[in-house]
Design a protein around this ligand. Structure first.
Ligand SMILES: *Cc1c(COP(=O)(O)O)cnc(C)c1O
Length: 224
């Protein structure tokens, strides 16, 4: 199937309250435009350098989502334009995003990445780390970030029961955060979970943003 057909087949599976972020890492400008021309405006990249190369060559209407691990020294590059950073995993990073957003006289949307997978390698806050971050006085003073929800990645496995447990866990964490810390903040409403292999399961478990790459654009070259 073509990119266009793939896209429309995914879109038919998304309920109206779920937003698609088309994950375009490793894909060309021409491929991204095929999706853009079907009306998609939200695109996700996981590497700052690759994102910076693409931004100038693509329409300004695109809302760019940074979904990969972000080092504090690279925040300055994306702060002028990035719509949402899904991979925020420390107060230090939030402070840096706030500082650079302020310099650019704008607000950057952030999702708190939560560690829900079995794998050690996946980044993200634990529950105690979330509490420590949010209860910190410095957190409350960050005016140029908008914390709009949480993000998580499930274990890479065919064990559907495990994936469901992890997504449900993220949904519970989101609800606890909302009740305990964000009850006055109607902007805190997003749960970014679900990729090509598991987005339907994620939607079942309460996802509001799915990040889908290979099911739209085709497989990526395997890492060596
Ligand atoms: C690559 C990536 C995706 C998309 O993965 P697919 O399996 O190609 O849909 C989603 N989220 C993150 C954080 C990624 O790095």
């Amino acid at each position: 199937m073509s990119i266009k057909d793939n896209l429309h087949s995914i879109l038919t599976k998304l309920p109206p309250h779920v937003k698609l972020v088309a994950v375009s890492k490793t894909k060309t400008v021409a491929e991204i435009l095929e999706v853009y021309n079907e009306g998609i405006r939200d695109f996700g990249e996981n590497k700052v350098q690759e994102l910076m190369q693409k931004v100038g060559e693509l329409p300004q209407e695109i809302r760019w989502h940074l979904i990969g691990h972000l080092q504090t020294n690279k925040v300055k590059y994306v702060a002028p334009f990035v719509n949402c950073i899904h991979s925020v995993d420390s107060l230090k990073l939030l402070k840096e995003i706030n500082k650079e957003a302020l310099k650019n006289n704008r607000t950057v949307n952030c999702l708190l990445q939560v560690h829900i997978a079995r794998e050690e390698t996946k980044f993200g806050f634990s529950w105690p780390e979330l509490v420590e971050c949010i209860e910190n006085e410095e957190f409350k003073n960050l005016k140029n970030i908008s914390v709009i929800g949480v993000m998580g990645m499930a274990t890479y496995t065919s064990d559907e029961t495990l994936v469901r447990t992890e997504f449900s866990n993220l949904k519970e964490i989101f609800e606890k955060l909302r009740q305990n810390y964000f009850s006055e903040n109607t902007g805190f409403k997003e749960i970014s979970m679900g990729m090509s292999s598991d987005f339907e399961l994620a939607i079942d478990c309460g996802s509001t943003i799915v990040r889908v790459g290979s099911s739209i654009f085709g497989e990526r070259p395997k890492k060596g």
